[in-house]
Design a protein around this ligand. Structure first.
Ligand code: GCW
Length: 659
C-alpha cells in the first residue's frame, strides 16, 4: 500500500488496490495489464484516454497499447438504455459499449473499478444503466471561499470573491464524480450572495465557462444557484414579481447570456421564500408562478429549474403549538401539483424537517403525481457529526429508499419516475483528502452509487468502497462493519426516537437539549416532567394527515408507528413501555450509555488494524475517533442529565447520571 494517498480516494493506484491474494498486474488467464491495448472509434476518444490512463495507473506503468495482446474495444450501441453500458469479454479481449458518450465513460469507470478490485480482465462482464437520469451534487460554496456547512476546508472553486482553483485538481474532482456517476454539479451556495448572484453575468461567466469545460468531457454539467431577486438586484427592476412581463423578459435575456457562455448548462437551482430569502409568496404569488417564469427562460436552451421546497416560517413563536414546521412544504406545494412546467423539478429534502438523524420520508414524495421531483440528501454531515464523528449515510439512504410512501409503494418505486433526480449537498472541500474524515469519502461514493441504483444496499456500496480504498482483505471487513454500525451508534447517543434538534444552536455540533426549544425556527420537542415529543396525529398538529390514509394510520397509532420515529409522531410519557418492555426513560438512558460505549468499541476495532493500514490513514481516523468519543460522552451525559432533571427518575442500573 506504499502508494496509498487519501487524495486518490477510491481511485487508488495499483497494485495497492489488492492484497497478496490478487494482483492486478496479472489479472488472470495470463493477461497482464502491461499487454493490454485500447481501441475505439473517434467518439470514444475521451473514454479511451481515460481507460488508458486508468490502466497505466493500476499497472503502475504504461500499458503497451500496441495492436497486439489483449485488446479492449470501446464502442457505442444506441440500443442500450440511455447513459448505460455493457461490458463483456472473450479470451482475446474485452468490449466496453456505451449507449452514448456518457454511458461509455461510466462503462470505462466500472471496468477500471473491477480491475482495481482484482477481477480478471476476460471475466469482467456487467450491464447497467442509471435508474435516475439526473444525479446531482450541490455545493454550498461561497465566493469568499467559505463553505456553508462545510467540514472539509475551503471551497474547491472560489476564493476572495473570484474563481480560484487548481485545474489539475479540478480534473481529478471531475473524474472522481464521474467515476460514481454524478452528472450535474451546482457550484455555488443556494443562499446566493450579492457576489455569487453575479455568476450569471458576463463578469463571471467566462470563468464559469472555463470550469464547465473541465467537467464537460466527464459528462458532468454545471448548475448555477440563482437569486430569485436577481431582476431587482442585477437588473435594476423595481420588482421580482414573476407575473410581471418585464421580470419574465429579464429572466429570458439573462438565460440567453448564460447559455452563450455555457451552452450545456444543466439549469438553475433556486432557494426562494426560505430562511429570510424572498420568493414568490412574499409577493403574493405561488411557488409555481415563480418556478415557471424562470423555467420558461431556460426552456429554449434545454435547461431545468430545480426549485427547492424548503419553504417554512422561520420566524415562528415557540408559544404557538399549532403551527408545525414539517407541514410547511406540503402545504405550499401539494395544492400546486400539475401546475409546474415540464422543465421544473421540485427539489425536496428527504424528510419533512431538515436533515435530522431520523425523520420520516417527506409526504410530498408519492403524493405529487404530476410534478417532477428531486430527492435532496445532505452528504455533508451538518446534523450527523460534521465529519468528526463517523456516520455512514448509506445506511440512512437505504432506509429512505425502502420506506413506504403509500400502502403499495416504497420511496424506491418512484425513483426514475416522479423522482427525476437525486441531489446531494456536497461534503467535499480543499482538504487533502476531500472530505476531512477519510471515511466520509464513502458517503460521496455511496451517494453516487445509490443515485445510480437506489436498489443497492449500504453493505454493498460500503464494502465496495473499503475494498477500492484500502484493498481486498477480509480483515478490512471490520471497517465495513463499523461503518455500517455508525449511523445507529450516532443515533443512540444523539437525540432519541426521532426527536431531533437537541443540538447546539447555529453550528449544530454537540448536544444542547433546549438549544432550539424557545427559538423561532419551529423545532420543538416540548419535554416536560411527564412526557416528551410532539403529537402529529389528527389529535395534534395533523401532520400525519399529509400522508395517504394507510400510512397516516400506521404512523398515528403508537403501537404501529415505527419505534425509531415514536417521538416524531407522538407525545409519550416517560413511563410508557416500549416493545422491549423498557420504559421510554430507561430506553433513553440505555441507548445513550450504549452509544458512547460503542464509539469506544470502534476505537478498539480501528486500533486492531494498526500496521495493516497505511500509517497516515490509520492516524487520521484514530484522531477523529478520539474526538468522536469526547462528543459521544458529552451527548450521553448532557441528554441523560436533562431527562433525569425533568423526571427525577434515575437509571435502573445505577449508572452515573449527573443530576
Ligand atoms: O439545514 C439548513 C442549514 C442551512 C441551509 C438550509 C438549506 C443552505 O442549516 O445552512 O442553507 O438548511 O437547506 O437551505
Amino acid at each position: 500500500m506504499e502508494n496509498f494517498k487519501e487524495y486518490y480516494a477510491w481511485l487508488q493506484p495499483g497494485p495497492v488496490g489488492c492484497s497478496a491474494s490478487c494482483s492486478p498486474m496479472r489479472p488472470g488467464r495470463g493477461v497482464s495489464l502491461r499487454e493490454v491495448c485500447v481501441h475505439g472509434s473517434e467518439q470514444a476518444d475521451f473514454a479511451a484516454r481515460e481507460l488508458r490512463g486508468g490502466l497505466n495507473w493500476l499497472a503502475g506503468q504504461n500499458i503497451c497499447d500496441e495492436n497486439s495482446g489483449y485488446k479492449i474495444t470501446l464502442g457505442l450501441d444506441p440500443g442500450i438504455q440511455a447513459q448505460g453500458y455493457r461490458i463483456n469479454g472473450d479470451g482475446n479481449g474485452s468490449f466496453i459499449t456505451g449507449a452514448d458518450r456518457e454511458g461509455l465513460i461510466y462503462g470505462v469507470f466500472a471496468f477500471l473499478g473491477k480491475v482495481g478490485m482484482g477481477e480478471d480482465l476476460p471475466g469482467i462482464s456487467a450491464e447497467s444503466a442509471p435508474v435516475v437520469r439526473k444525479r446531482i451534487l450541490n455545493h454550498w460554496d461561497n465566493m469568499d471561499g467559505s463553505v456553508e456547512r462545510g467540514y472539509s476546508g475551503k471551497s474547491l472553486f472560489f476564493r476572495d470573491g473570484r474563481f480560484c482553483y487548481d485545474p489539475s485538481r479540478m480534473k481529478d474532482y471531475a473524474r472522481l464524480l464521474a467515476s460514481v456517476g454524478i452528472n450535474e454539479l451546482s457550484i455555488n451556495n443556494v443562499n446566493v450572495t450579492d457576489a455569487s448572484a453575479r455568476l450569471i453575468t458576463p463578469e463571471l461567466l467566462p470563468e464559469a465557462a472555463e470550469l464547465a469545460a473541465i467537467f464537460r468531457p466527464f459528462g458532468v454539467r454545471l448548475i448555477l444557484a440563482v437569486d430569485f431577486e436577481s431582476p431587482v438586484k442585477l437588473g435594476g427592476l423595481n420588482t421580482a414579481d414573476p407575473l410581471n412581463g418585464e421580470v419574465a423578459a429579464w429572466w429570458k435575456n439573462a438565460a440567453r447570456v448564460v447559455y452563450d457562455y455555457i451552452p450545456d448548462l444543466a439549469g438553475f437551482v433556486v432557494k426562494a421564500d426560505s430562511e429570510f430569502r424572498d420568493g414568490p409568496a412574499a409577493l403574493g404569488r405561488t411557488q409555481a408562478d415563480g418556478a415557471n417564469t424562470v423555467a420558461r427562460a431556460l426552456k429554449d436552451f434545454g435547461g431545468t429549474v430545480y426549485w427547492r421546497c424548503f419553504v417554512y416560517n422561520c420566524r415562528q413563536d415557540w408559544r404557538d403549538a399549532k403551527t408545525d414546521r414539517p407541514k410547511a412544504a406540503f402545504e405550499h406545494f401539494y395544492p400546486l401539483d400539475g401546475t409546474f412546467d415540464e422543465n421544473v423539478v421540485l427539489q425536496i429534502k428527504n424528510g419533512p424537517v431538515d436533515f435530522q438523524v431520523r425523520e420520516p420520508v417527506s409526504p410530498l414524495f408519492g403524493r405529487m403525481k404530476h410534478t417532477k421531483q428531486a430527492v435532496e440528501f445532505q452528504i455533508t454531515q451538518e446534523y450527523t457529526g460534521q465529519q468528526i464523528d463517523l456516520y455512514n449515510l448509506a445506511v440512512q439512504w437505504e432506509e429512505f429508499f425502502a420506506a413506504p410512501i403509500s400502502e403499495h409503494r416504497l420511496a424506491r418505486d418512484i425513483m426514475g419516475k416522479e423522482a427525476a433526480a437525486i441531489a446531494g449537498v456536497a461534503n467535499t472541500g480543499c482538504d487533502g483528502n476531500w472530505t476531512g474524515h477519510l471515511l466520509a469519502q464513502a458517503n460521496l461514493y455511496a451517494f453516487g452509487r445509490m443515485a445510480w441504483d437506489p436498489g443497492l444496499t449500504a453493505k454493498q456500496v460500503t464494502s465496495e468502497w473499503v475494498c477500492r480504498t484500502f484493498g481486498k482483505n477480509t480483515e478490512f471487513d471490520a471497517i465495513t462493519g463499523m461503518m455500517l454500525a455508525s449511523r445507529g451508534v450516532y443515533e443512540k447517543y444523539a437525540s432519541p426516537l426521532g426527536l431531533g434538534w437537541m443540538v447546539n444552536i447555529n453550528h449544530h455540533y454537540g448536544p444542547s437539549p433546549e438549544g432550539y426549544e424557545y427559538m423561532k425556527w419551529g423545532t420543538y420537542h416540548r419535554a416536560d416532567n411527564t412526557a416528551v415529543g410532539v403529537d402529529r396525529t389528527a389529535k395534534g398538529t395533523g401532520f400525519a394527515g399529509q400522508y395517504e390514509p394507510w400510512l397516516e394510520a400506521l404512523y398515528s397509532d403508537v403501537k404501529t408507528c415505527p419505534e425509531e420515529l415514536l417521538l416524531f409522531f407522538h407525545r409519550v410519557r416517560y413511563d410508557y413501555r416500549l416493545k422491549s418492555g423498557k420504559t421510554l426513560l430507561q430506553h433513553i438512558y440505555d441507548t445513550h450509555f450504549e452509544g458512547a460505549a460503542e464509539v469506544q468499541a470502534f476505537m478498539d476495532i480501528w486500533d486492531s488494524l494498526k500496521g495493516r493500514l497505511p500509517q497516515g490513514a490509520y492516524e487520521s481516523v484514530a484522531d477523529r475517533l478520539k474526538r468522536q468519543l469526547q462528543n459521544a460522552l458529552e451527548w450521553r451525559d448532557v441528554v441523560n442529565a436533562y431527562f433525569y432533571r425533568k423526571t427525577g427518575v434515575g437509571d435502573e442500573m445505577g449508572r452515573e447520571i449527573y443530576g
